[in-house]
Each structure stands twice: as C-alpha cells, then as structure tokens.
Design a protein around this ligand. Structure first.
Ligand SMILES: *Cc1c(COP(=O)(O)O)cnc(C)c1O
Length: 401
C-alpha cells in the first residue's frame, strides 16, 4: 500500500484554500445583455433578421454550406430523423453513453434506438460494435462526438456507405471541434448542435442543424415553422403578405431573435472560449498524469476536441476510493463535478421498452463506474483551476492502494 501524500506547493495550497468552484458558470457578460436589449427595443422578438444573421455567421464559422437555427439540439436531431423519413419499426444505431435526447428522437416515430458500445480509450462510439448491430431494419448511424472529441468519422462514413445507411452526427458537444483539419459541421448531411445553457456556445436554449444538402436545409426551414412554405416569417413583417400555404405537418422549432442575438455574441467569443478550455484541459492533464489512479482523456492524433467536458477516470486497482465517494469528497471541499453519462440501457425507460439489461454494454458501464467530469469553463480563474487540481490530486494521493 502506498501512503505517501504528494506535497502541494504552499503557494497553491495557501492561495486557493477558500476557493469554491462550480461545475459550470455560463460565459456571459454585458455584451450579451446589450445584444438582447437591442432586440427588445427593435420590437422584433421572434425568428427574423438576427436569426438569419446567426445562421449565416455560424455556417461561415464551421464551414457549413447550410445552417438552420432551431429551438434546441433535440429539435435538430428530430428534424434529421424526419429528414431521413424514419418510420415505425426502423432501427438507428446510438451510443450507449449519451444523453437521452440522442435515443429519444429515434423513438418519436416509433423507431428503435439500437445501442452501441464505446471505444474504451476515446469513450466514443465504437464503429466495430456498430457494424455487428446492423440488421435489415437499420436506417441510420447516430454517433455522438463525446465530450467534444470527434468520432472515428472515416470508419463510420465508410460503414454507412457500404451498408446504405444515413449518418447523423450528434455534435451537441463539438463546437468548435475538428476532424482531420476540418471543423465538425463542415461536412455531412445531418449535423446537430446544441446551445443549451451548459454547452460551449449558449443561447439559453437553442440548436442548429448544418447540412451540405440544400434540399434538406430547405425542408428543415419549413418544418421548424409548422410546415409553412417559403419565407413564412415575412408574413409578420411590414412588407409581408398575408397569404401562406401549409405544405406538411411541421413543428414549432424556430429560434427567436432574442436567442440569436445572444448566439451572435457567443459566436464572436467562440475562438477565445475554445482556447481557454484547451488551456484548462492541458493544465489538468499535465497535473494528473503523474498521479497514480487518475486516467486523463486520450485525444486522437487526427482530432482537435472542443473540450466541452473534461472526463477523468478513476482506476479502482490503484485507488481505495470509488467514484461516488470521490465526488462527495470533492463536493465537501467546494468542487462541483458531474457524470457523463448514465448509460441509456440502465434507465427504466430503455430497460422496460427495449428490454435492455445491465451488463450488455461493458465498456460504457466500465467508464460510467469510473468517470467524473471536472469543471472546465472559459471564465475559470487560475485560482479556480489550481484549486481543482489541488483537491483532485490530494484526494487521489490520500486514497492510494
Ligand atoms: C445537450 C445534448 C443534447 C440535446 O441538446 P438540447 O439543446 O438540450 O436539446 C443532445 N445530445 C447530447 C449528447 C447532449 O449533451
């Protein structure tokens, strides 16, 4: 048994003793306040000029041919399901370690989310396991760029091509992330981003579907506003006309100009925020690599992650403290954390409806049992970063086997 407790430099210990660090703090300031005020004063609150400007600038930023602003990332995923014509009885391959939104959108049409295990190194969708799960009913592959690290897209795209399947990317964590030098969102027929409060770019609630297919973009624009054709929003504007036609049953999935105004400011900060996240990740990795029992995230050589999450894994062979107690210990010393994710097959809904059972996705379960997500947000101060490093390292050193 090792009992040595790594001494923490007095400079760090003394300077950070009283610092409390939340898991997340949104990076908003007076610029967003001013942008929203401007929209309120303009009198035009819902989808309009700000939304279209946000779509244009977002498309330019990620290098997408089309970007369609929506009310949430879930709405973007759902419109992708509608876009491929998903029907009852169809199957879609979804990673086991994701948020329920990824699986839920498959169920909207009565199709079945078929879960796929993960690669234990990257914690990302495992294309080899996906290949084993393909049946005659499989219609699409829906990988998640987990924590903002791009999946093995080449293998996934090749698999989809060989088996005649659609690829829909859940890019809720992946702004801005790159795969082989290209931003996520710059290629692909369906890439879904989320602007939920904790994501790397937030509008409070919101989402974006990017696509290199103009017809898909046009249909998504129609579906987000009740299936009304063309520039339906113009009917509300001064120069608009009262006539409109409903082409199909759509949804109420539009983004408002109030949200888009926040999004535009956030987009202008995206590079700076991304740099700040990367710096925090690098500091964490440097600090934890030398601590037995702490396993830092592995980054693929051909990827630049967004670092939406920093997922640390605890090795039970080296530590006498389990994940839950580790989280409690951190909480007791003022550090907020989270867990990403409780695998879908362990939730009552997926077990009851699709007969999933514990033990079916061993890699996802193994990661789930060991993982803890540390604070990583762009407004973290050096004192806050130091404090997280100190408390995490001390907790690990105090519980060496
Ligand atoms: C946040 C999230 C979503 C859903 O995004 P919303 O904008 O909240 O609807 C989907 N998938 C994953 C992996 C997420 O983390």
């Amino acid at each position: 048994m090792r009992t040595n407790v790594q001494p923490i430099p007095a400079r760090i210990a003394g300077a950070t003793a009283e610092v409390h660090v939340p898991f997340h703090r949104a990076a908003l300031d007076e610029a967003e306040v001013a942008a929203v005020s401007e929209v309120v004063r303009s009198g035009w609150l819902t989808t309009g000029p700000k939304t279209f400007e946000f779509e244009r600038k977002f498309a330019e930023y990620v290098g997408a041919r089309n970007a369609v602003a929506l009310s949430s990332g879930t709405a973007a995923l759902h419109l992708a399901m509608v876009g491929i014509g998903l029907q009852a009885g169809d199957e879609v391959l979804v990673p086991a370690n994701t948020f329920t939104a990824t699986g839920e959108v498959v169920t909207y049409s009565g199709a079945r989310p078929v879960l796929v295990d993960i690669d234990p190194v990257t914690m990302n969708f495992d294309p080899a396991d996906a290949a084993r799960k393909i049946t005659t009913r499989t219609r699409a592959i829906l990988p998640v760029h987990f924590a903002g690290q791009p999946c093995d897209l080449e293998t996934i795209r090749q698999l989809a091509k060989d088996r005649g399947l659609h690829v829909i990317e859940d890019a809720a964590h992946a702004l801005p992330a790159s795969y082989r030098g290209r931003r996520i969102g710059s290629a692909g027929r369906f890439v879904a981003f989320s602007f939920y409060a904790t994501k790397t770019l937030t509008t409070g609630e919101g989402g974006m579907l990017t696509t290199d297919d103009d017809a898909i973009a046009e249909r998504a624009r129609r579906l987000r506003l009740h299936g009304i054709s063309g520039d339906a929003w113009k009917r509300y504007s001064a120069e608009g006309h009262w006539y409109y036609e409903v082409e199909e049953a759509g949804y109420k999935y539009n983004l408002t100009d109030l949200q888009a105004a926040i999004g535009l400011v956030q987009l202008s900060k995206c590079d700076a925020h991304s740099k700040a996240r990367r710096r925090i990740a690098e500091r964490y990795t440097r600090a934890f690599e030398g601590v037995p029992g702490l396993e830092t995230p592995r980054v693929r050589e051909d990827c630049t992650p967004s670092w939406h999450l920093y997922v640390l894994r605890l090795d039970p062979d080296q530590l006498r403290i389990g994940r839950d107690s580790f989280i409690e210990a951190l909480r007791g010393r003022g550090i907020g954390t989270s867990v990403h994710f409780i695998p879908l097959h362990l939730h009552p809904f997926y077990r009851r409806t699709y007969r999933y059972k514990p033990g079916q996705f061993p890699q996802a379960e193994r990661v789930y049992a060991r993982c803890v997500s540390l604070p990583i947000f762009p407004t973290m101060t050096d004192r806050e970063i130091d404090r997280v490093i100190q408390v995490v390292a001390e907790t690990a050193w105090e519980h060496q086997r």
